[in-house]
Design a protein around this ligand. Structure first.
Ligand code: F6P
Length: 323
């Protein structure tokens, strides 16, 4: 009988605990023995690996974060530590490994895969940044978007009461997806992301006209990649003549009770991962697109650049002034 392990790597997301629950239950159902690796790749190196059972996943489905913790491992970039990790997996007779994480984690998985014999990997894209090539959806994005939606809706209440411009900074690392979708679905007046060139002064005449016509407040959503929240807030004060405030949403975007969609997606991703491993896939990432789930080579995912869907980008280009 083969043993199967799971770990979380990189930034945690809401939905990881739902994935762990499914992992334990589905593995056992398939006649496998499930193992947890605590602390991501760090835990693989330190042999922080243990057998998991139903009790380990009881009551965790509604919690954000990850029960088995995560890490960004620098040591794992060194071959000697990867060898240690492989020895630990071998000692536990683990033949399958499921990794929840982003493209950095998949690169680590690829290195391990190249150096291992008889160990099969499946990657599950899990990052609020939604910046992994080959998949339109990464686990945790829906919850993060809902957390942001709630925050912006709340900020709108106070912005409208005080006639202010609010510059709201969303996470996403180098990718504007979170900021773009949040700006669109919150009815923001401005959205600045790295994928769309902008000129602040192009907004000037229409924002001033809108004020003359009765507009009392503005919501601007900017991606953290822009590093320009201060400049944008200052621009509102100096060029538009409206008092401004900045809200950096920060790590609250990574937490919270996972949405129904993320819980269901967690279940589906894990089912696909385990089925793929049992069917003989050696090293693949489970991707999700309009056509459904598909399994792609790590190479085609981890080493390619993610591009925001063209339709969404087109909507993003409608921000700004068209008068
Ligand atoms: O990758 C997820 C993410 O939350 C990014 O959006 C953000 O830039 C980064 O992680 C923050 O990293 P840390 O939690 O290490 O501060």
């Amino acid at each position: 009988m083969k043993n199967i392990a799971i770990l979380c790597s990189g930034g945690d997301v809401s939905g990881m605990n739902a994935a762990l629950k499914r992992f334990v239950e589905y593995s056992i159902g398939k006649g496998l023995t499930p193992y947890f690796v605590n602390n991501g790749f760090e835990g693989l190196i330190d042999n922080n690996i243990y057998k998991a059972g139903y009790r380990d996943v009881a009551g965790i489905i509604s919690r954000g974060g990850t029960k088995i913790r995560s890490s960004r491992s620098k040591r794992f970039m060194e071959q000697s530590y990867r060898k240690q990790a492989l020895d630990n997996l071998k000692a536990h007779n683990i033949g399958y490994l499921v990794v929840l994480g982003g493209d950095g984690s998949f690169k680590g998985m690829q290195a391990l895969s190249d150096e291992s014999e008889g160990l099969s990997f499946a990657g599950i894209p899990a990052t609020i940044d939604n910046d992994i090539a080959g998949t339109e959806y990464c686990l945790g994005v829906d919850t993060a978007l809902n957390v942001i939606k709630y925050a912006i809706d709340s900020i709108r209440d106070t912005a409208s009461s005080f006639s202010r411009a609010f510059v709201i900074e969303a996470m996403g690392r180098e990718c504007g997806y979170l900021a773009l979708v949040s700006a669109l679905t919150s009815g923001a007046e401005m959205c600045l992301i790295p994928e769309i060139p902008y000129e602040l002064n192009d907004y000037k005449s229409c924002f001033k006209k809108q004020i003359q016509e009765g507009r009392e407040y503005f919501i601007a959503v900017v991606s953290e990649a822009m590093k320009n929240s201060e400049d944008v807030a200052q621009w509102f004060e100096e060029e538009i003549g409206i008092e401004s405030r900045i809200t950096v949403l920060g790590h609250m975007q990574r937490g919270g009770n996972p949405t129904v969609y993320d819980r269901l997606m967690a279940f589906d991703f894990v089912t696909q991962a385990i089925d793929g491993l049992l069917e003989g896939n050696k090293s693949s990432v489970i991707c999700y697109n309009k056509s459904g789930f598909n399994h792609k080579d790590i190479e085609d995912v981890a080493f390619k650049k993610y591009e925001i869907n063209a339709e969404l980008l087109k909507l993003g280009m409608e921000f700004g002034c068209h008068i």
